[in-house]
Design a protein around this ligand. Structure first.
Ligand SMILES: [Zn+2]
Ligand SMILES: [Zn+2]
Length: 392
C-alpha cells in the first residue's frame, strides 16, 4: 500500500509505516487505505517534516484569507474528519459581512459549518468511531445538563458548543460533538447530500413546531435554501404549498420541489395585495426581515399559525395589530436551530431521498477561491448553495 503526499504540487509516495507512526491511526480489520488523499504531509528529501492543510480563515469583516495551517494534534475524546463536502450558508454570509458572530465564531477562526467527510484520525480513547467512517457532523451540540436540555429543548441549551471550520481540508471535532452529533452515513449516501443535514434539521425543527396537517395550505415567504427546503418538506407532509420569493430560477426550483403555486415578489405591499384573499392555514417566514414578519401576520387566516423562521438582528422591532392577533386567534411562533433528534431525523429524510443536494446546490467552487465566492455572494449572486471543493 502506498500513500500519496503532497510536495509543493508534486505527489510523492509515503510508506504506510511513516503514516501510521505519525498519526497513530487506529486500524479497523487492517483496512486503512481507501482514502489516500486524507492527509497531506509535507515531504522534504523523502521524509515527513510536517503536516499542513489549506483552510479559509476569517479575520474580520469581509476578510477571508486562505492559509496553510498545521492541523491541531488530537486531544482526548476528539476525532478528525477529512472534509469531503462543505456547503455555503446564509449564516456564513451574515458572519462574513459582520466579521463575527457573538455565539458562533470569534475571529480569527476557520469558518464554515455545513460539512460531511471521512474520519481520518481518532483519539485513542474514542469508542465507536474508526478511521474511514463516512460521517456528517452537526454544527453544535447541547450540554445535556441545563434546564433546556432537561426539557427536550436542546436547541435552546444555555451552553451550546458550536463547531466551525468546514472550509478546510480537515476539522477536529470536540468530544461533546463526537458523543452527540456525529452521524454515520449509509455507504450509498453522497457527501454533498449529507452536508445538508444541519440546515435541513433546522427546517425539520421548524416544521415540528408548527405541526401542519395534511391538506392544509401553507405559504412560504422566501425562496432561499431554507424556504425551498420548507416547500419540499411541507409537500412531503401532504400540504398544499405556495412559495413567494424573488428570482425566476429559485421559483422554478420551488416548482420542481413540488410547490403548487409560486409568486414572484416585487415588493411587500403587492405580495400582501396579491395573496390576502387566500386562506393560509400556515405561514412560514423564511427571509428574516421585519417587513416580511409583518406581512406574514397579515397573510395567515383566522386561527392560523405563523412561524417566524428567519432571524432578524437583535434589537429589531416589528409591529403587529394586537386586535388581529387576539380576535383572529393567531398563533405566533419562532423556531430556532435544531436538536440531536432533528439532526437524526434530517439525515433519515435525506437518506430516504426526500431532500437531495441537486435541488439546492447550484454551483461548485475551489476552496482557494473562497474569498472571491463570498465577495460575489455579498454582492447578491443569487446562488442557492455552493459546494466548496476542498481537495483540488
Ligand atoms: Zn447553515
Ligand atoms: Zn444545555
Amino acid at each position: 500500500m502506498v500513500f500519496w503526499g503532497n510536495e509543493v504540487g508534486r505527489d510523492v509516495p509515503i510508506a504506510p509505516s511513516q503514516f501510521l507512526q505519525r498519526w497513530n491511526v487506529r486500524r479497523r480489520d487492517g483496512d486503512i487505505a481507501p482514502y489516500p488523499h486524507l492527509l497531506l504531509p509535507t515531504i522534504r528529501d523523502g521524509s515527513i517534516v510536517g503536516m499542513f492543510m489549506k483552510a479559509a480563515v476569517l479575520h474580520g469583516k469581509e476578510q477571508i484569507v486562505i492559509e496553510e495551517i498545521a492541523p491541531a494534534p488530537l486531544k482526548a475524546g476528539e476525532v478528525r474528519i477529512a472534509i469531503e463536502a462543505a456547503l455555503t450558508c446564509g449564516t456564513d454570509l451574515k458572519v462574513y459581512k459582520r466579521g463575527y458572530h457573538a455565539r458562533m465564531i470569534v475571529p480569527p477562526a476557520v469558518f464554515g459549518h455545513e460539512l460531511s467527510g471521512i474520519i481520518s484520525e481518532v483519539a485513542l480513547d474514542v469508542v465507536g468511531w474508526n478511521f474511514g467512517d463516512r460521517v456528517v457532523v452537526a454544527n453544535s451540540a447541547p450540554c445535556g445538563e441545563c434546564f433546556y436540555c432537561q426539557h427536550q429543548q436542546e436547541n435552546l441549551c444555555d451552553d451550546l458548543l458550536f463547531l466551525n471550520g468546514a472550509y478546510a481540508e480537515s476539522i477536529v471535532v470536540p468530544p461533546r460533538l463526537v458523543q452527540k452529533n456525529v452521524l454515520r452515513l449509509r455507504p450509498e449516501t453522497s457527501f454533498v447530500d449529507a452536508a445538508l443535514t444541519e440546515p435541513f434539521a433546522c427546517v425539520v425543527q421548524g416544521l415540528n413546531d408548527c405541526a401542519p396537517k395534511p391538506g392544509q395550505h401553507a405559504l412560504v415567504i422566501g425562496s432561499g435554501p431554507i424556504g425551498l427546503m420548507f416547500a419540499r418538506l411541507l409537500k412531503h407532509n401532504g400540504c398544499r404549498v405556495t412559495v413567494a420569493g424573488r428570482g425566476q430560477s429559485r421559483l422554478k426550483a420551488a416548482r420542481h420541489l413540488g410547490a403548487d403555486d409560486v409568486i414572484e415578489v416585487r415588493d411587500n405591499s403587492s405580495m400582501i395585495e396579491g395573496l390576502k384573499a387566500v386562506r393560509f392555514d400556515l405561514v412560514i417566514e423564511a427571509v428574516g426581515k421585519p417587513e416580511t414578519w409583518e406581512a406574514a401576520v397579515q397573510l395567515v387566516r383566522k386561527g392560523g399559525v405563523v412561524n417566524f423562521f428567519g432571524g432578524c438582528p437583535s434589537g429589531t422591532a416589528v409591529q403587529f395589530d394586537a386586535g388581529r392577533l387576539h380576535y383572529s386567534n393567531i398563533t405566533l411562533l419562532a423556531s430556532f436551530h435544531h436538536t440531536p433528534r432533528t439532526i437524526r431525523r434530517a439525515l433519515e429524510l435525506i437518506e430516504s431521498g426526500i431532500i437531495r443536494a441537486n435541488d439546492f446546490v447550484d454551483g461548485e467552487w475551489p476552496l482557494t477561491k473562497l474569498p472571491e465566492l463570498f465577495r460575489s455572494m455579498a454582492a447578491g449572486n443569487r446562488a442557492v448553495k455552493t459546494l466548496v471543493r476542498v481537495h483540488e
